[in-house]
Design a protein around this ligand. Structure first.
Ligand code: LLP
Length: 431
């Protein structure tokens, strides 16, 4: 099984967080996003513990809420003592509506609007992670107007190319995110920030990409960033206290994916940072990491009902389900891998290969091609694993398909955390 959430019960049914997936489908309908609260909490604790053990507790875990944002996840994350990375006024609004402490929010984004920046300032968001010069000037102006001192972190492109999908790698110079090191832009921005009256420069941030399985790019980024902090100290005499290394920790989508334990990341990155800081005689900065996928991805799965099975001789079999790219666009976007299990036959061998297709009106609406699974039949409940991250958050109403419901399972007991959209919801904004 690709995730600790999963098991097979005595009926041969797939379970998630101890709840029978076939029963969940019966009770709540499909498509259905299912989350295991226990695994989410255990993962939060693993990340926290790794900072305590290997970095003397001098840091904080920020949940990258773009992976899955709704009121309940902000409540869970905050009760575990994590902060959160937010990337829009909408995410800030949702976090605040859930009672999240704004001081623990880090506001990211490469094109925050002045309205969003003002909203963040007025609501006391903990840090604004500045992306570019225009934004830097806007934050200073708005901070002054609102008579606030705003704590900022500058996003730097450390020039590290993490070898992941093109759309989700961000550390290289050709990226829309952040200030470049190579051309002096990052230093110029840092020096400018230090002179601004209403800004407090807390440190620097980098995020090299997502779904990364090796520690080397993180270590390389840490070395570059501490080197930059030291250079900034030499130029200005200022020692900034914080370094945010972003997220991107890879998770298992298939059994063959070699996911590293998070503590290995932390252990190796910490010792690299300690070495580098010692070599430059630089005080150890407070560290932040921003896992999104790792916290919610493996804790979620999606249940569908099989509506038809179409075998095209010598070509392939299509299994069509009652959702698709409207609730999971990741195969269409990134050809991402997924493990598929027929939930009501989970105890049986996977002796069949089929392509899982959605119900949207286009041929690219596939969830997985040529995937091993138990023999699927009409009416079966098909489960797609590891859909906790970037599925609900990237869902759409394409073809006017209502977004599915989400349930959170705690010790085998499900509760609805996001209602299923209705037709009324679909026309709510239509005039
Ligand atoms: N911090 C920053 C600044 C980020 O941009 C991201 C992700 C994260 C943290 C969290 O990365 P994670 O730990 O989740 O890998 N939609 C794509 C992923 C886009 C990631 C965007 N930024 C997908 O479905 O794979």
């Amino acid at each position: 099984m690709v995730s600790d959430s999963l098991a097979v019960n005595s009926l041969g049914h797939l379970t998630c967080g101890g709840a029978d997936c076939v029963e969940l489908a019966k009770e709540f309908g499909t498509p259905l996003y299912v989350f295991d609260e226990g695994l989410i909490r255990r993962t939060c604790r693993d990340f926290k513990r790794s900072i305590d053990e290997y970095y003397d507790g001098n840091g904080q875990v920020l949940y990258a809420s773009k992976a899955f944002a709704c009121k309940e996840i902000y409540r869970i994350i905050s009760s575990e003592g994590l902060g959160a990375d937010v990337v829009s006024a909408g995410e800030i609004y949702t976090a605040l509506a859930a009672g999240f402490d704004p001081a623990n929010l880090f506001f990211h984004g490469n094109n925050k609007t002045p309205e969003e920046i003002e909203y963040a300032i007025k609501n006391g968001v903990g840090r604004i992670v500045v992306d570019n010069m225009t934004e830097l000037d806007t934050i200073e102006t708005l901070a002054k107007e609102n008579d606030e001192k705003v704590r900022v972190i500058l996003r730097i492109k450390p020039g590290i190319d993490a070898h992941t999908h093109n759309f989700i790698r961000t550390g290289q110079i050709d990226s829309k995110f952040g200030f470049a090191l190579e051309n002096g832009e990052a230093m110029e921005a840092a020096e400018k920030t230090a002179k601004y009256e209403n800004l407090v420069l807390m440190g620097f941030h980098c995020h090299i990409g997502s779904q990364i399985f090796t520690t080397e790019p993180f270590k390389a980024a840490a070395r570059v960033m501490i080197g930059f902090m030291d250079e900034f100290r030499q130029n200005t005499g200022i020692v900034v206290p914080e370094l945010n290394l972003g997220g991107g920790f890879g998770v298992k989508y298939l059994d063959s994916d070699g996911q590293l334990p998070f503590e290995v990341f932390m252990q190796e990155v910490s010792s690299t940072m300690k070495e580098k800081a010692a070599s430059l005689d630089y005080p150890m900065p407070r560290i932040y990491i921003e896992p999104g996928r790792a916290i919610v991805g493996p804790a979620g799965l999606t249940l569908y009902t099989v509506g038809c099975v179409k075998t095209i001789e010598n070509i392939r079999t299509y299994v069509s389900v009652d959702g698709g790219m409207s609730d999971n666009p990741r195969y269409a976007l990134y050809q991402s891998d997924y493990d598929i299990i027929v939930a009501n036959k989970a105890g049986q061998k996977k002796n069949y290969t089929a392509t899982v297709a959605g119900k949207c009106c286009e041929s690219g609406d596939l969830i997985q091609e040529h995937a091993p699974m138990q023999r699927p039949e009409v009416g079966d409940i098909l489960a797609v694993m590891t859909t906790g991250a970037y599925n609900y958050s990237m869902a759409s109403n394409y073809n006017r398909i209502p977004r599915p419901m989400a349930v959170m399972v705690r010790e085998g007991e499900p509760r609805v955390i996001i209602r299923r959209e209705t037709f009324e919801d679909l026309i709510r904004n239509d005039l």
